[in-house]
Design a protein around this ligand. Structure first.
Ligand code: KG4
Ligand code: ZN
Length: 354
């Protein structure tokens, strides 16, 4: 079976533990969401998230081990998200992982959460390097050329909001439930994407950078104009705004992906992050990949959104390249994945803000 790793993830609002084998078998994957805890606040409250992680992490690990039918002694290592993310949550995970490693004598491997997402296609489909990863989630949006387990080149990314964040904010301003992505996608099904003229931010500029905050503001303006003119929003207004917003996001992401593939041709375009669940975005990306002569790969949704299987897998990949962390492994709120910065960042020499 090869190496077997426990993975621990607690960087945002999902508490997760998983047991993954080097042969790509996921022996267990437990994800405990916190949506209900944050519902009343319209977003993730870091302090509430941190406490919930601290309360649940050990139970998630116990459950994952039970599901896999294993004890710590049966494992070969413990991998944990050491950043980037909400620092209280990351700390909870790192402290637990250190405790487990110290108590069991297992090696400890600190994993970059983004590397977890970026390496997921190797876990799900065993694809070779290189490939292009479009990471689109509630907190992240970037194009990464992946050439090795620790060899990432960022070709571009958002200069403001992440697309998932924009979906969430649009849902909020239209009175739809959180998380906003699925709600906006559902509303968009009966909407006319051409009714409202919404911007296509940064399409006029070269390169692969993206921006979503102006698009969200444009939706807000249209909403306010409708409310002022007719005293409120009709169901159809909501549907049309959602459809228009979603079409703009898909169009901009597709065009920037086309540029990224032109800039750095690779055989496979892969996507990860919660927004990868969006069907119209998937269709647009599939078309771009086909045009560029690349395969399109979208891992199953449960492995696209935050989970610990991807952390265990990234831990195995890092361990195979010789990475071992000690009890001084730092939890880091920021931790870019760029190839140039990777060696120093891996050693934690740049401090928390790097
Ligand atoms: O990757 P993820 O679970 O968490 C992180 O942000 O790391 O992504 C969650 C994000 C949320 O913003 C959610 O609204 C968005 O993914 N999302 C979607 C869809 N499903 C989830 N966005 C658009 N369409 C969807 N179907
Ligand atoms: Zn994530």
């Amino acid at each position: 079976m090869g190496l077997i790793f426990l993975g621990i993830e607690s960087s945002c609002d999902d508490t997760a533990a998983a047991v993954v084998c080097e042969n790509r078998a996921i022996l267990a994957s437990v994800v405990a969401g916190q949506t209900a805890l944050h519902d009343d606040f319209g977003g993730v409250v870091p302090e509430i998230a941190a406490r919930a992680h601290a309360e649940r992490l050990d139970l998630c690990v116990e459950q994952a081990l039970a599901q896999a039918g294993m004890r710590l002694a049966d494992l070969d290592g413990v991998a944990v998200t050491a950043g980037p993310g909400l620092i209280g949550g990351v700390l909870s995970g790192v402290m637990l992982a250190k405790g487990l490693a110290a108590g069991s004598g297992l090696p400890l491997v600190g994993v970059n959460h983004l590397a977890g997402h970026a390496l997921t296609p190797r876990l799900t489909d065993g694809i070779p390097f290189p490939y292009l990863m479009l990471l689109v989630s509630g907190g992240h949006c970037q194009f990464l050329r992946v050439d090795g387990p620790a060899d990432f080149t960022r070709l571009g990314g958002t200069i403001d909001d992440a697309p998932g964040e924009a979906f969430d904010k649009v849902a909020k301003l239209l009175g739809l439930p959180q998380p906003g992505g699925p709600a906006v996608e559902a509303a968009a099904r009966t909407g006319d994407p051409r009714r409202f003229a919404l911007p296509r931010p940064l399409l006029d500029r070269p390169g692969c950078d993206l921006s979503f905050s102006g698009l969200k503001t444009a939706v807000l303006r249209q909403r306010d104009a409708l409310v002022a003119a007719q005293g409120g929003l009709h169901e159809q207004d909501r549907a049309d705004l959602c459809a228009g917003f979603q079409a703009a996001v898909a169009e901009v992401l597709a065009e920037k992906t086309r540029r990224a593939l032109a800039l750095s041709p690779v055989p496979v375009l892969a996507v990860a992050g919660g927004v990868a669940a969006n069907a119209s975005l998937r269709a647009a990306l599939q078309a771009v990949a086909t045009q560029a002569g690349a395969d399109f790969l979208a891992p199953p949704l449960r492995l696209c959104t935050d989970n610990a299987a991807m952390i265990a897998w990234a831990g195995i990949e890092a361990y195979r390249t010789g990475q071992r962390d000690g009890m001084d492994l730092a939890a880091r709120p920021r931790w870019p994945l760029d190839r140039d910065a990777a060696p120093m960042l891996g050693a934690g020499k740049r401090g928390a803000k790097a």
